[in-house]
Design a protein around this ligand. Structure first.
Ligand SMILES: Cc1cc2nc3c(=O)[nH]c(=O)nc-3n(C[C@H](O)[C@H](O)[C@H](O)COP(=O)(O)OP(=O)(O)OC[C@H]3O[C@@H](n4cnc5c(N)ncnc54)[C@H](O)[C@@H]3O)c2cc1C
Length: 381
């Protein structure tokens, strides 16, 4: 027989967005459950490149889940003899495997009293005074719902949202290579912009293997596998010891019909918060999870105020950044001839600016455009 339980907040999904929302709510003393369809720790298709600004947002050390750290990165273009590189005196990119990383964050929320209900999938939502959440075996009741169920989760659709996110396909392989190839390729985190038209390839070294992938920034059908195989050759990999393929989607365009309604708050990939230029999604998942958790806990008795608080918080930084990145992405991926013309002159400075943005040293505020153009030494500056 189904067991009925009542909660202040139920968070659907235990990725970084869900874990951080639950952490904030539990810390504020709310009765919060995390509903997760898998049993943790679970694999998640992801390059696992956690940029510095995302890591800095976390309230706890995730060092035990970090397999490698890179204080530098390299961006390769086919028509240029050398990559653009950026160097900092802190890890620009920390490499994590998502099963360990996500689990660690969930455990932090659980430490503060959040309850993990794993192996339970949201199947149906019913709105009344309290919202009823139907899983395979249970009916749970809650005042608020945080949708943190990723790009393919059902919460937003069940709550009445239309699909307005821009979804792009990506293919990632966990790849074992020979000791000499690993030695050669594990020295840098690299991006190869011409590995695929209107996209890029990445090679992210982990403790004992490489995460290699290709992503396409245009929503069209394409043989990603063919580009992945060509990318292996470009990396000089002719033999692998194992290869695990994982295809997935990344939402690189935020929803256009709002981020909360009827006590349901969308976060992370469920909201479409991955960066339109880089497809980096971890930072905004963490950040939106924190913002949703704080907005609900601070305005718990006033759902409308909680929704307005969340929207205002997103407008402060996250949404303007996504809008700016979207403009940059249109130029970068859809005008490759113009891009390649400008790269020799502006590429290194653009690489530095993007590194500043993704390490949190440069905030994309209203006056960002001015600062960025000045730094690029664009004519008239
Ligand atoms: C190939 C690829 C490479 C990427 N590489 C990077 C990278 O290097 N760096 C980076 O920053 N970002 C990267 N991203 C993006 C990043 O993985 C996502 O933006 C991020 O995982 C989103 O986090 P989230 O918490 O919103 O959702 P997720 O991490 O997807 O978590 C959603 C959770 O919800 C659960 N769930 C789903 N449906 C239900 C249900 N019905 N009931 C209960 N639970 C449910 C899922 O099991 C999952 O645990 C990559 C994405 C892809 C596809």
């Amino acid at each position: 027989m189904a067991v009925e339980q009542t909660w202040d907040v139920i968070v659907i999904g235990s990725g970084p967005a869900g874990a951080m929302a639950a952490y904030e709510l539990a810390k504020a003393g709310r009765k919060v459950a995390i509903l997760e369809k898998e049993i943790l720790p679970r694999y998640k298709t992801c390059g696992g490149g956690l940029v510095f600004r995302g890591r800095e947002l976390l309230p706890v050390s995730v060092q035990t889940a970090v397999e490698k750290e890179f204080n530098s990165l390299a961006v390769y273009f086919d028509n240029l003899p050398q990559p653009f590189t950026a160097q900092r005196n802190f890890p620009i990119l920390s490499m994590v495997m998502r099963d360990q990383f996500d689990h660690l964050l969930v455990q932090e929320a659980v430490k503060y009293g959040a309850v993990l209900l794993e192996g339970q999938a949201l199947q149906q939502l019913e709105f009344a005074e309290l919202t009823a959440i139907h899983t395979q075996t249970e009916v749970l009741h809650t005042r608020y719902v945080v949708a943190a169920d990723g790009v393919l989760g059902p919460t937003a659709k069940l709550a009445g949202w239309k699909e307005t996110r821009k979804l792009i396909p990506a293919l990632e392989y966990e790849v074992g290579v020979s000791p000499s190839d690993f030695e050669r390729l594990s020295k840098e985190a690299r991006f190869d912009i011409d590995a695929i038209p209107q996209g890029y390839g990445w090679c992210f070294p982990k403790a004992n293997h490489l995460s290699i992938g290709v992503g396409l920034f245009a929503p069209k059908k394409i043989q990603l596998r063919t580009y992945y195989q060509a990318y292996l050759q470009k990396l000089g990999i002719y033999e692998t010891t194992f290869e695990e393929a994982h295809g997935f989607q990344i939402p690189v365009g935020a929803r256009t019909d709002g981020f909360s309604r009827n006590g349901v708050f969308l976060t992370g990939d469920a909201a479409g918060f991955a960066d339109p230029l880089t497809a980096e999604g971890l930072t905004n998942s963490i950040y939106s999870g924190i913002l949703a958790g704080q907005s609900i806990s601070r305005q718990f008795d006033h759902p409308e105020l909680a929704a307005n608080t969340y929207q205002a918080a997103l407008e402060e930084r996250l949404l303007p950044e996504l809008r700016f990145s979207e403009v940059m992405a249109r130029f970068f991926y859809f005008l490759p001839a113009a891009r390649n013309l400008l790269m020799p002159r502006y590429g290194q400075r653009a690489c530095e600016i993007l590194t500043d943005v993704f390490t949190g040293q440069l905030i994309l505020s209203q006056d960002f455009k001015k600062k960025a153009l000045k730094k690029l030494k664009w004519p008239n500056w």
